[in-house]
Design a protein around this ligand. Structure first.
Ligand code: ZN
Length: 125
């Protein structure tokens, strides 16, 4: 129980630090978005200890904890594929922040089920 809460607090600190660095190195708005999501993470971590926490199983199948990714002209996304069986892919949609898990490796094309944006397509046609 305690570890779950700590995970949340640690990720919030990482986000806040990243936000500060990004606002200096890249863009103030971008940094502010990341920083604010870190602060939000911290508040959630402080107010809940079990509900939002990660189970040991979830830590084993690590999923990205970042919310929205900055929209830099094209759709940003993030795909994490597990190393061990059963293979599953976790897709984070940049435009709307939707996190979806699918069975199997990264598909050839993917359209976000929440905002209907096609995040990528490798089909040649
Ligand atoms: Zn989406």
């Amino acid at each position: 129980m305690k570890n779950r809460r700590e995970n949340f607090l640690i990720s919030s600190i990482v986000l806040i630090v990243m936000g500060a660095l990004m606002s200096l190195a890249i863009d103030v708005i971008m940094g502010a978005i990341v920083g604010l999501s870190g602060i939000l993470c911290f508040i959630i971590g402080m107010s809940t200890s079990t509900e939002m926490g990660l189970s040991p199983e979830a830590v084993a199948n690590w999923k990205p904890s970042m919310g929205r990714l900055p929209d830099a002209g094209r759709f940003m996304y993030r795909v994490d594929v597990t190393m061990d069986e059963p293979i599953s892919s976790t897709i984070l949609c940049g435009p709307c922040g939707n996190l979806e898990s699918i069975d199997g490796p990264r598909p050839d094309h993917y359209t976000c089920s929440v905002c209907n944006r096609q995040l990528w397509s490798t089909e040649e046609e």
